[in-house]
Design a protein. Structure first.
Ligand code: PMP
Length: 422
């Protein structure tokens, strides 16, 4: 399969050979590196992408959830055009676009106050800074397999606590293990915050149990620490995010991805009592800067994305449909080494020695992952016309036609039929 990949993609290879001269490894997002070389895409339209060798793919990468609305949603394009001509680019000032989007974010995600940033990574870093300022403490509890941004990764496949001080982070070695979480949280001196995802996205689309998440919140509260729910990926799964759906009542929430309508975005918000640390009218408050925090294009397009396109009704219907899709995939993969996890439009796929479907934390599959099969799957799905991540995440796009999803189920069935030993 790899030999065919090389033969079929000469222009991607040529581009890679050039790129390694200027970018370490030839790209600027490590996640997108694939051996022997990554495919270079040249265009996206609706729910499809085309590579430089002119192959067309159904886009199941969905820009790692940021591409929820697809490549050419007319309302998104129209808003960008409109803002560009009527307001212009960043104005070095606060604008009505920013105020309107803040109001919408607060209403949808049950936040008293919100602040904007440029990425999910930034949102989490600012939330942690706020929690530290609020509590006057430093330590943060996170979970193994958790991913909170480029410098805040805590899993085997997602390490990267490199630009922040490792000593400040205490990692609970198993997600979804409340007893363990309680013991770890209880034992930390000077705890400022507990930071957790309601579904570990990059960690393999592993769904957190409600009892676990509520228990973690309570353990954080008992310590006087701030409970921060990272909804950078999960805010797409329910109209008020999973905090709303599961009734988690976090002190702070971090957001990002599709909420920038496809442009760079991050936000963090929560209870007034905590967010007050960012109020410049309060003596001793914490400065929060960022040249592009409130840039006009993102503020306006984000508001269109959330307010006009991804309405609560659309969100519910989309994720229900996605649940059905995952169930069909599970049915096809039954009895094989392939299994599917996730919730709604966030889908994870795993190849393990025993094909376990019961994955509650990264440690459940530790040492059992069959990377060779995952790689083979990736090569063969590309040949069948499906763009999926190499590592095992499928993030559905709102406008993907039902027939494309049907065909993907068929392609998975055919893959398992060709490789009966899997
Ligand atoms: N938190 C979570 C849960 C994420 O999935 C991501 C991105 N994959 C981030 C934070 C970081 O967001 P960004 O890539 O926009 O910095």
């Amino acid at each position: 399969a790899e030999a065919r990949f090389i033969a079929n993609n000469p222009l991607s290879k040529a581009q890679h050979d050039l790129a390694i001269g200027t970018l370490p490894g030839g790209n600027t997002r490590t996640l997108l590196h694939t051996s022997p070389f990554p495919l270079a895409m040249k265009q996206g339209k609706d729910s499809y992408v085309w590579d430089v060798d002119n192959h067309k793919y159904v886009d199941l990468v969905g820009e790692l959830t940021a591409g929820l609305l697809g490549h050419s949603h007319p309302a998104i394009h129209a808003t960008i055009q409109h803002t560009l001509t009527t307001t212009g680019l960043s104005l070095g000032a606060t604008t009505a676009h920013e105020h309107a989007y803040a109001a919408l974010l607060c209403a949808r995600f049950h936040l008293d106050r919100v602040r904007m940033a440029n990425s999910g990574t930034e949102a989490n870093l600012h939330a942690l800074a706020g929690a530290r300022h609020h509590t006057g403490r430093r330590k943060v509890v996170v979970f193994s397999g958790g991913y909170h941004g480029a410098v805040l990764g805590f899993g085997e496949g997602t390490p990267g606590v490199n630009a922040v001080d490792r000593e400040d982070f205490v990692v609970v070695p198993r997600y979804n293990d409340l007893g363990l979480a309680r013991r770890v949280i209880g034992g930390v001196e000077g705890l400022a915050a507990v930071l957790v995802e309601a579904v570990q996205g990059a960690g393999g689309c592993i769904v957190g149990g409600r009892e676990f998440l509520v228990g973690v919140r309570e353990a954080a509260r008992e310590k006087g620490a701030v409970f921060i729910l990272d909804e950078v990926m999960t805010s797409r799964l329910a109209p008020g995010g999973l905090a709303g759906e599961m009734g988690l009542e976090p002190d702070m929430v971090t957001l990002g991805k599709y909420l920038g309508g496809g442009l760079a975005f991050g936000a963090f918000g929560g209870r007034e009592e905590v967010m007050r640390v960012y109020d410049p009218r309060v003596p001793g408050s914490l400065p929060h800067s960022g040249t592009f925090n409130n840039n006009t294009l993102v503020m306006s397009v984000g508001k269109t994305a959330l307010g006009e396109v991804y309405t609560p009704e659309v969100c519910v219907e989309f994720n229900e449909k996605a649940d059905g899709f995952r169930e069909r995939l599970k049915g096809v993969a039954k009895g094989s080494r392939l299994s599917f996890t996730g919730k709604g439009s966030l889908i994870g796929f795993h190849f393990t020695e025993d094909g376990t479907e019961n994955i509650t934390c990264g440690e459940d599959v530790k040492g059992k992952t069959r990377q060779d099969l995952k790689d083979l799957f990736w090569f063969e799905m590309l040949e069948a016309g499906f763009w999926v991540t190499r590592r095992g995440l499928i993030a559905l796009i709102l406008g993907t036609p039902e027939e494309d999803l049907d065909q993907f189920v068929e392609a998975v069935k055919a893959f398992l039929g060709r490789h009966k030993a899997i």
